[in-house]
Design a protein around this ligand. Structure first.
Ligand code: TPP
Ligand code: SF4
Length: 248
């Protein structure tokens, strides 16, 4: 009988703690599959953030390290410099990366650190109860913006992929989404390329992944996928912002 589904060896067998319909799980699986397909599980070292993916160290089937809020790129820098033959990645939410960790990611990209960042943008602080993130959309309600994000008060949402694509040291920058199977396939392709950029010694690579938070958005999983497509993608356009020719 044809095998249509197989567990990836890139993940452990520990059940995810994520809420039903949260797309963190899909993104984990993609990263696990890519590490397995590239044959680098034995030399991969991941750095987990704070936020809902704080337990990522339990899920990826490779060496993992935990970093304080926003500091994953700095920790990854140290690991990669001490172990240049390892494959180092950070997995970070938007509260972690685009708020307290903004300086860390900008300077890691600027230095051209040979690491890969998976940036999960769900437009809210998930773990701590739905506060406004730098990525929260204008008009989107959050516990700290009960009438919706107001541009006069909080500015426009931060476009991380666009910002980092202005930095020379960032060799691969792409924004993808996981709201349907076609986009999940594109997300996997981008994440694989970002790791290939590290493996070829090109430098820093980041993939911003648009993700859902049904719990704090107050929507069902299905409504959340639709909300992402109709509200996040128009503001956060999908596509590649930087690719070195070698991996085209
Ligand atoms: C230095 C510091 N500040 C604040 C916190 C509280 N905190 C923990 S997780 C989190 C929000 C994380 O949100 P995000 O990175 O968007 O991840 P998500 O939960 O949405 O996946 C905050 C503010 C902390 N742990 N450490
Ligand atoms: S709170 Fe949001 S981001 Fe966190 S696990 Fe639940 S749905 Fe996912």
């Amino acid at each position: 009988m044809a095998k249509v589904f197989e567990r990836t060896n890139g993940l452990t067998t520990k059940p995810f703690h994520y809420c039903p319909g949260c797309t963190h799980g899909i993104i984990h699986r993609i990263v696990g599959e890519v590490l397995e397909e590239l044959g680098v599980l034995g030399k991969a070292i991941g750095v987990a953030p704070v936020g809902c993916s704080v337990f990522a160290y339990d899920y990826f089937n490779c060496d993992m390290h935990e970093a304080a809020h926003g500091r994953a790129p700095a920790v990854a820098t140290g690991i990669k410099r001490v172990h240049p033959d390892s494959v180092v990645f950070t997995y970070q939410g938007d509260g972690d990366l685009a708020s307290i960790g903004t300086a860390e990611i900008v300077h890691a990209a600027h230095r051209g650190e040979k690491i890969t960042t998976i940036f999960v943008n769900n437009a809210i602080y998930g773990m701590t109860g739905g506060q406004m993130a730098p990525t929260t959309l204008i008009g989107q309600k959050a516990t700290t913006a009960p009438y919706g994000r107001d541009e006069d008060h909080a500015g426009k949402p931060l476009k991380v992929a666009e910002m980092l694509s202005t930095i020379d040291g960032a060799k691969f920058v792409e924004r993808v989404s996981v709201h349907n199977p076609a986009n999940i396939r594109k997300a996997k392709k981008a994440i694989k390329k970002a790791f290939e950029v590290q493996l070829s010694g090109e430098g820093f690579g980041i993939v911003e992944v648009l993700s859902t938070c049904p719990t704090n958005w107050g929507k069902t999983p299905t409504e959340s996928l639709k909300w992402l497509e109709e509200n996040m993608i128009p503001y956060y356009p999908l596509g590649n912002f930087r690719t070195p020719e070698e991996v085209e």
